[in-house]
Design a protein around this ligand. Structure first.
Ligand SMILES: [Zn+2]
Length: 379
């Protein structure tokens, strides 16, 4: 997400190593034409890409080489309206069309909608991939010089969403980028990128943020992000190093709903076989025939569908946190219990990273396997 406050690298929270690497590249005049910014979702990779574009184009750089944050170029880049900083991301399924008859206000609203963080939109409103047409349109612009900046920056959000055909169309350009053009592929799932694409990128790693940095970002942008500061501490804790993840929990209603599902899973675990776990696999059908419903199971599987993946991710996070807290609380008093909970936390974490690492998994099977393993977890 890019807020109006973006003013070069100094306005980036955390990511010291990544920023230092980029600064060195600039100082040594060795800025790569193709970067892959890889790291967890919601930590500010996109923001660093925009800060880099500012630093490379600023009209009045600071003595330390950072962008001024105040000149017209810095300002336009910060507001996301610079014509030479192009963001490619999944399109809306039904994008608003501008018409000359539209009022400037409507046109501005349309532009805002088109530029919105994809995380803030419903999956159902988005195309599944960055399409060939989008890449073709981009490539058609490449032969022309940048409008006003010294360098042009093309930023791919969720680059793993590049359709294979679209990625293939890009290959040649990534191999021999036009002079003054730079590409930044931003991805939380870099292993899902085509190897031919990955091999052309200079990799920059991003890690999770410190809790203090997550809190600072949420506080600074509370109004624009719709964060209720009364729940800041809880959000930071749930975010677990990611601003994006913290924002996942800002809606109290949804948080309650997810917590209820987690409670149901836990109740089924405590009760042993009956309830949720009986519904796994074949049993689900028997249940359906008997007219009984294993609600927790259905709700969890519903979240396993593509459209609810983000929801599933947060449910798993809540589940993992629960087991980890239990393990900590029981550590001295009931060591066996603590060990079972620690094992269960690990099982959920493994499931999370499995789902994060690949987009070609049968999510339902992965979740079913997790439920079985949770039930069977031993100290
Ligand atoms: Zn500037």
């Amino acid at each position: 997400m890019v807020t109006a406050r973006l003013a070069g690298f100094r306005s980036v929270r955390g990511h010291g190593a990544a920023v230092a690497l980029l600064r060195r590249a600039i100082e040594n005049d060795r800025v790569s034409s193709v970067y892959l910014f890889a790291g967890p979702a919601g930590v500010g990779k996109d923001r660093v890409a925009h800060a880099l574009a500012q630093v490379m184009n600023c009209r009045a750089p600071a003595p330390d080489g950072d962008a001024c944050g105040a000149c017209d170029l810095c300002d336009k880049i910060a507001r996301g309206v610079h014509p030479d900083v192009i963001v490619l991301q999944r399109d809306l399924k039904d994008p608003p069309e501008d018409s000359p008859k539209d009022s400037p206000k409507l046109r501005e609203e349309n532009a805002k909608l088109r530029a919105m963080r994809r995380e803030d939109l419903a999956e159902a409103d988005l195309k599944q991939n960055i399409t060939v047409e989008q890449v073709e349109e981009l490539l058609a612009r490449m032969p022309f010089r940048p409008h006003e900046a010294a360098t042009r920056w093309v930023i791919f959000r969720d680059a793993e969403r590049l359709q294979p055909a679209a990625a293939n169309k890009l290959l040649k350009t990534l191999e021999e980028p036009p002079r003054g053009s730079h590409f930044v592929l931003v991805s939380a799932k870099p292993s899902s990128l085509l190897p031919t694409i990955r091999s052309r990128c200079q990799l920059v790693h991003f890690g999770l943020l410190e809790a203090g940095d997550v809190a600072a970002v949420l506080r600074e942008s509370a109004a624009e992000l719709g964060v209720d500061l009364a729940h800041l501490e809880e959000l930071v804790s749930l975010g677990d190093g990611s601003v994006g993840r913290a924002l996942e929990f800002k809606n109290r209603e949804r948080l309650k709903e997810r917590q209820a599902l987690v409670d149901e899973i836990l109740a089924a675990l405590r009760a042993g076989a009956p309830g949720l776990f009986v519904a796994i696999g074949e049993k689900a059908r028997e249940y359906a025939q008997a007219g009984e419903k294993a609600r927790g199971y259905d709700a969890l599987m519903d979240r396993a569908q593509e459209a609810n993946r983000q929801d599933l991710d947060t449910v798993l996070l809540l589940l993992q946190r629960h087991f980890r807290n239990e393990a900590m609380q029981h550590a001295n008093v009931r060591p066996r219990n603590a060990a079972v909970n620690a094992a269960r936390a690990d099982i959920v974490r493994e499931t999370q990273s499995m789902l994060d690492g690949s987009s070609n998994l049968n999510v339902q099977l992965v979740i079913e396997a997790m439920l079985v393993r949770l039930r069977e977890a031993r100290a």
